[in-house]
Design a protein around this ligand. Structure first.
Ligand SMILES: *Cc1c(COP(=O)(O)O)cnc(C)c1O
Length: 385
């Protein structure tokens, strides 16, 4: 294979546009000088429509898990009753984080591969009959490629529990619609390396005024992740309390420009197309999908192979075609593989991955599936209006 040609289709990290790489190469500046506040304020505001946030978005140096921990550290205390919707490994991770802060975590377990229906949350909250501090949901459960109905879950959270509604949007924010006010989301977090087209290293936290008040009064021990320090540094000097990942923030500024140029509505539409092409293509070569059309995420697709193991498929894709996909996690290990199609991803990228998948199935299973997935995906693209 041509040296350096790697095709990355994992559900994070994802490819970085050249424009963003160049933007990150600007000369270093000090975060207490005059340029950084202009940069930070610009990015914090330009991120607002992407998060559907009324407030500027807070930026920390951490991976996505750091963003989840920030949300927990600033709102959840010892013995608080917290409901976490667990439909895969990232919901489980958030539940474990809450336990680390001493919360009583009530897990609403949803079958892996399915979304949480609003009635399920409503019944669960009513059955607990407790004062719940927060309900935590994952917008896209990356491990199963499911998109949850966040708007409906937010409505139930407020009506039934009147609790904080905290959403992990790590693998979809930047590619999907969201409106914190209309959807009753108090805190929405993501990381940089998935749909945001950036390298790993930034955690984005959008907080509404209601949650800000809660965070101000919250007394649990925390230091680096204490959002109050970030809010006051931003309010006073448009800076951060500690040295920020300045290069990545330059990159984030370029990402905002790219999204504005394409138009955020169009970005959302493109991801729908990528999802439809991937799903129809996979089906056309006789493989199954883990999720229903209704529950499917526009950013990642989970495939259930039939005759070969997922390990054999991903190994051949990697070794012979330099195509990297995601495997299954935890109880889905070995049962599925996942194709990431988010961020810097075009319909041509989907054709590439389907092309390599056809050749892999051809070689592993001796079935002449050449051209089937790509043809179907091309048809989906042609018919897309
Ligand atoms: C990737 C991911 C995370 C964790 O992010 P890291 O950057 O690996 O710490 C959390 N939640 C979801 C839904 C994710 O997809």
């Amino acid at each position: 294979m041509l040296l350096g040609q790697e095709y990355l289709y994992t559900p994070g990290p994802t490819p970085i546009p050249d424009r963003v790489k160049h933007a990150m190469n600007q000369p270093m500046i000090g975060h207490r000088g005059s340029k950084f506040p202009v940069l930070l304020e610009d990015v914090a505001n330009r991120l607002k429509p992407i998060f559907g946030s009324e407030n500027p978005v807070t930026i920390l140096s951490a991976s996505g898990t750091g963003a989840l921990e920030t949300a927990a550290a600033n709102t959840i205390g010892e013995n608080d009753d917290i409901v976490v919707i667990v439909s895969g490994s990232f919901g489980e991770r958030f539940a474990t984080i809450c336990e680390a802060f001493g919360a009583n975590v009530h897990r609403l377990e949803i079958e892996w591969g399915k979304s949480c229906k609003p009635e399920q949350l409503e019944d669960f909250l009513k059955s607990l009959n407790k004062k719940i501090t927060a309900v935590i949901a994952t917008y896209c459960e990356t491990s199963t490629a499911v998109l949850h109905p966040i708007k409906e879950l937010g409505e139930v959270t407020k009506r039934v529990a009147d609790a904080l509604f905290i959403v992990d949007g790590v693998s979809c924010i930047g590619a999907v619609p969201v409106n914190m006010k209309e959807w009753n989301i108090d805190i929405l977090v993501t990381g940089s390396q998935k749909a945001m087209m950036l390298p790993p290293g930034l955690a984005f936290v959008a907080v509404n005024d209601y949650a800000k008040e809660h965070i101000k009064k919250h007394s649990s021990n925390r230091f680096y992740l204490d959002l109050n320090r970030y809010f006051s540094s931003y309010d006073k000097e448009k800076s951060t309390p500690y040295t920020p990942a300045i290069s990545l923030i330059y990159g984030a500024q370029e990402v905002c420009k790219m999204i504005e140029e394409e138009g955020f509505e169009q970005v959302i539409e493109r991801h729908q197309l990528l999802m439809n092409m991937t799903r129809e293509g996979v089906k056309a070569i006789g493989l199954d999908l883990l999720t229903s059309d209704e529950d499917a995420s526009p950013t990642v697709t989970a495939v259930v192979p039939k005759n070969s193991t997922s390990g054999a498929i991903t190994k051949m894709l990697r070794e012979q075609y330099s195509v990297t996909l995601g495997g299954g996690q935890h109880k889905l290990k070995g049962q599925i593989f996942r194709i990431g199609h988010m961020g810097y991803c075009t319909p041509f990228e989907v054709l590439k991955v389907l092309n390599a998948l056809e050749m892999t199935i051809y070689k592993l299973e001796g079935q002449d599936v050449l051209g089937l997935a790509t043809k179907k995906a091309q048809e989906v693209w042609i018919n897309h209006v």
